[in-house]
Design a protein around this ligand. Sequence first.
Ligand code: NAD
Length: 498
Amino acid sequence: MRDIAHFVNGQTLVGASGRFGDVYNPNTGEVQARVQLATADELDAAVQLAAKAQIGWAATNPQRRARVMFEFKRLLERDMNSLAEILSSEHGKVIADSKGDLQRGLEVIEFACGIPHILKGEYTEGAGPGIDVYSMRQPLGVCAGITPFNFPAMIPMWMFGISIAVGNTFILKPSEKDPTVPVKLAELMMEAGAPAGVLNVVHGDKVCVDAILTHPLIRAVSFVGSSDIAHYVYQTGTAHGKRVQAMGGAKNHGVVLPDADLDQVVKDLSGAAFGSAGERCMALPVVVPVGKKTADELRERMVAEIETLQIGVSSDPAAHYGPVVSAAHRDKIADYIRIGVEEGAELVVDGRDFALQGFEKGFFIGPSLFDNVKKGMKTYQEEIFGPVLQMVRAESFEEALSLPSEHPYGNGVAIFTRNGRAAREFASRVNVGMVGINVPIPVPVAYHTFGGWKRSAFGDTNQHGVEGVKFYTKVKTVTARWPEGETEDSAFVIPTMK
Ligand code: NAD
């Protein structure tokens, strides 16, 4: 059995905890490797080395740090195919989707290549008599990232791409379900010229997470995962004096107005609800057609579209989506479908009995469609995170607007319409952090920022873009005076600019 070790201070580090997590191949259902789970002492040893490395790295000029990012980008592009294959074999998403996962992370690295420009501070000459004021952004020290299973490449790069470029060193604690690609990324960062200790990967579970959240040398923690854990990470990390951003779960709605191009909506919904087996925080698992005619037509077309979907192993280029990440997760999705039926929603397409010939032990589940889902239902309120599309019928624009606005999650939302005025009003009034207008998965580009509202994010800075730079740096403001020579009297009154 292959063991997946930590990567600390530029080297593979075999852990001594004696604790392991199973890493499956979701296509076959077999355990393909074991990942080591760190102790608090092992985490501490990595942090001490990262703290030592940070001094020299912060003193490296920003252009040199950017050159490492440029080289990392080149290496990632070189290895894109092999990384995508590994990613798919642990996660279960199809290869093209794994390449998308890598590519979206790479775009944050491209943004980080411009860090010398972004880090330039502000300067005011002559703010007072002989007084100049300037500010600069300085790195925090050692920062940490705790990431989910569903984007094992993109989300780590959201975090370490920015954090390292601004002069921090980084401890990445990736998901224990698909940990190989994060280690490969750290190896590539060393190959790109980052000094040892700049990017470290420490695998683990709650023991390691708690050690991160309470470690005195870790200044900032970025988390992405489910909402209850995100809330816990936020509360524990901030209670220990850290800057924390913690992104949580989602239940994104797609509102379909009667004038929308339904052919396009069906295609968009199909990809956004069932792509990656629904295991995306920006998936569209809820569709809200406005008016009975729109709903009936959409339902009929959606059923026909679902019949065309192909589920296959992650290496099958013809497959639209592959298996989900684990047997437990597949069973949880199936359980939500059972509950939905019990709650009185109408199960139009039932994907529970799907089995892939020759891969009966794989973690596959077919696409499901519910109609007449109501606001109060548990299956509407909670995140299912699987290939299940729920239709909630609305009678008016106002009702459709109120559904995502009042939902406890507020990550993303989409509206489909040809009416610019309605779309504009929707985008302005909806109580959700990221909005798509005829865009089903509105993940912002790397130089904007990513972040939801309500239970989808705790903390007040988003991921990547300029917000990411702010999260990973602190501002220092210098007020400098160069007197002409005469000694001035003491001033006992607060100085002001008259
Ligand atoms: P998860 O919350 O189970 O795990 C996330 C991380 O937390 C992992 O590194 C895991 O090891 C750690 N963890 C798990 N249990 C813990 C505990 N009890 N204490 C401390 N740490 C713990 O999430 P997941 O299943 O890996 O990922 C799916 C979830 O992530 C979904 O809810 C999805 O919506 C969310 N997600 C959100 C975003 C976003 O940007 N808002 C992006 C991707 C995924």
